[in-house]
Structure formats: structure tokens, C-alpha cells
Write a protein that binds this ligand. Structure first.
Ligand code: SF4
Length: 345
């Protein structure tokens, strides 16, 4: 726990998710631990292929069980999810935990009205009547800001705009008041105005329901807006974690620094060029030895003895704050200060 003294509602311990493909074993997540308390938001940030989405599909039990080997522990409100049956997980999904995805159109059925889809989720978990489910659907559409919900409840997804579909998906995810919401890049496909509205909506709903939110994104600006705590993932591992303020004001890992330097700043000078991280994310079929970031790291030569490519740096965490890098702390301070880094308030 970092920004809170509350007991964790969700606790993930040393999670490893490896799955088999035709080309070999993909080590998608390789020893990940974090906690999240009720009413708090954990932002998980990283490039695509960093293991963010696999982590969350595993929490929800939506992974392919035949092809996936999982180790570690995932405990939700005292219940061990990795030893739960499919039936138990099915009950928890939608009821205690829910997910919203990037692509609402792909998640909503084109053949049924919005109201029916929200209502069916409600009926399945509560045993409510059709009439009660319809009333609940209208109430949820109103809560997520759909105008004239009594009429729009009978619309099909194609009759909604992109932003409205995203709201409808949020209404469906929250219809049973889940205590954990996993949001996987829910605003990426939307324009900035709608994006801001959806973020505000999630914050309001969190206040109202006390929901714990895991928010997955590649965008540190989004993290700055919504997260309490931040976990930075690279190559299936956590490379840095801490409160939002700690990570964004004082990054301790070269990868976090790289992400920050590749983003535009609203309050910084306009003539500072953005610095994209050179190279591409590692293959998880055959990940680099030692520190998985070493082929792309600007500081790899600053660590003596080729340690970066031979030995995995451990994530040392104290009071929820930690990073996995061989560079000594004092040296990082000096080196990182030389780079133009954006700061988010
Ligand atoms: Fe860079 Fe080495 Fe630190 Fe990895 S351990 S981030 S390669 S300095």
C-alpha cells in the first residue's frame, strides 16, 4: 500500500503469466506484485506488449486456461481468484469486478438494444424482473450522462455516438455496483473533449460507489489526471512504482523518464523537442537478459561490469516506493537532471 492506510481490496503477489504459442513460451507477466484499496485508483502504464492487459485479463479470469501457466496469488476481498472455479469467477465478474475496454463497439452486441444489454447483466447477477432491469438500465444511463435515457434505452449501439457507447459500456460495467473496475485504455479512441468527460465520469462514479479502479494506459497524462498510485511496466515486469506524485515528479527509472520525455508538456517551453524512446519493446518470447530495458537504455554504459545485460535488477520497495535499476540513487539524480523532463501537477 502506498497512498492509503486501508487494507488492500485487491492484492496481487508475484504473479507470473506465461502462455504457449506456436513459436514458444511468451513470458507476458514475470513476477508482478501490487495492492489496491477501495476507492483508490492504480494507474498501470507501459507500452503495448508490456503485460498490462494480460495482467488484468488474468485477474478477471478471462485468459485461455488451456494455454496459460499462472503462478502467484491474486486475492480479491479475501478470496483467492487463482483457485476459484470458472463458475465462481463468472459470479464475481459483473458483480464484484467489471471491466471496460477501449472498443465499446466490439464489446456491445449490435443485435440487442443498449437497455437490454445493461438489463441482462443486472438480471443475471440480481435475479431482477424484466421491468426492474429496464428501470435500472434507464437509471444507469442517466447516471452516465446519456440525455433522455427513457428513450435512448431502446436504441441499438449503432445509434449511439462513440462517446455515448463508451458511457453505455461504463453503465453496463457499473450496473451491479462492482467494487473493482478494470479500465483498459477506455478513452484512447475518443477525442479529447469526450475523453475528459469520461474521466470525470469515472471519478464521480468512484466517489459515489467507492469503487477501486485499475486504469491501464500508455499515457502518463491520463495517469496524472486519474491515478492515486502508479505502476510502470516494461517487458512483463514492474520497473517503478509509487504514488502519482512520487513517480511523476521524481522518476527513478530510465524507462519512466523516457516515457515522460516523449510526452508534450502543457506548462513547459514549447521549443523543447520531444524525445521518443529509441528502439522497440522487447519480444517476450525471447526477452533480453538482465534488465529487459538494457537494449534501449541511455544509461546502460554508466553501470560497470556489464551488469545491466547480465543481472536482473531487483525491485526494492519501501513504503510502496521502488524501482528496478542497477544505477545507484545518487548517480540517477545527477544523470536524470541533465535531461529535459516534463512535470505534471
Ligand atoms: Fe538502464 Fe541498467 Fe537501469 Fe536497466 S538497470 S534501466 S539498463 S541503467
Amino acid at each position: 500500500m502506498t497512498s492509503t492506510e486501508q487494507q488492500p481490496f485487491l492484492s496481487v503477489r508475484d504473479l507470473k503469466v506465461h502462455f504457449s504459442t506456436e513459436d514458444g513460451i511468451v513470458k507476458a507477466v514475470d513476477g508482478l506484485s501490487f495492492d489496491i484499496a477501495k476507492g483508490k485508483t492504480l494507474g498501470i502504464v507501459g507500452e503495448s506488449g508490456s503485460g498490462k492487459s494480460v495482467t488484468n485479463l488474468t485477474i478477471l479470469g478471462l485468459h485461455d486456461r488451456d494455454r496459460t501457466a499462472i503462478e502467484g496469488e491474486i486475492v480479491l476481498d479475501g478470496k483467492d481468484l487463482l483457485t476459484s472455479t470458472e463458475r465462481e469467477l463468472e459470479r464475481l465478474r459483473g458483480n464484484k469486478m467489471a471491466m471496460i475496454f477501449q472498443d465499446a463497439l466490439a464489446s456491445l452486441s449490435p443485435y440487442h438494444t443498449i437497455g437490454k444489454q445493461i438489463g441482462e447483466t443486472y438480471r443475471k447477477h440480481t435475479g431482477a424482473s424484466k421491468k426492474e432491469a429496464r428501470e435500472r438500465s434507464i437509471e444507469m444511463l442517466r447516471r452516465v450522462g446519456i440525455p433522455q435515457p427513457e428513450m435512448r434505452v431502446d436504441d441499438y449501439p449503432h445509434q449511439f455516438s462513440g462517446g455515448m457507447r463508451q458511457r453505455a459500456m461504463i453503465a453496463m460495467a457499473l450496473v451491479c455496483d462492482p467494487e473493482l473496475l478494470i479500465a483498459d485504455e477506455p478513452t484512447t479512441a475518443l477525442d479529447v473533449t469526450v475523453q475528459a468527460q469520461i474521466m470525470d465520469l469515472l471519478k464521480d462514479l468512484q466517489q459515489e460507489f467507492g469503487t477501486a479502479i485499475v486504469f491501464i494506459t500508455h499515457d502518463l497524462g491520463v495517469i496524472a489526471d486519474i491515478a492515486d498510485d502508479v505502476l510502470v511496466m516494461y517487458g512483463g515486469r514492474c520497473v517503478e512504482r509509487g504514488t502519482k506524485e512520487e513517480v511523476l515528479r521524481d522518476p527513478q527509472h530510465p524507462y519512466t523518464l523516457g516515457l515522460m520525455s516523449s510526452m508534450p508538456s502543457l506548462d513547459g517551453p514549447v521549443d523543447v523537442p520531444l524525445q521518443p524512446i529509441p528502439g522497440s519493446p522487447p519480444s517476450l518470447l525471447n526477452p533480453p537478459t538482465g534488465c529487459r530495458f538494457h537494449p534501449r537504455c541511455a544509461f546502460v554504459d554508466k553501470v560497470a561490469g556489464g551488469l545491466c545485460s547480465s543481472e536482473r535488477p531487483l525491485l526494492e520497495v519501501a513504503d510502496g516506493r521502488g524501482s528496478a535499476c542497477h544505477l545507484p540513487k545518487e548517480q540517477r539524480k545527477e544523470l536524470f537532471a541533465d535531461l529535459a523532463v516534463i512535470r505534471h501537477n
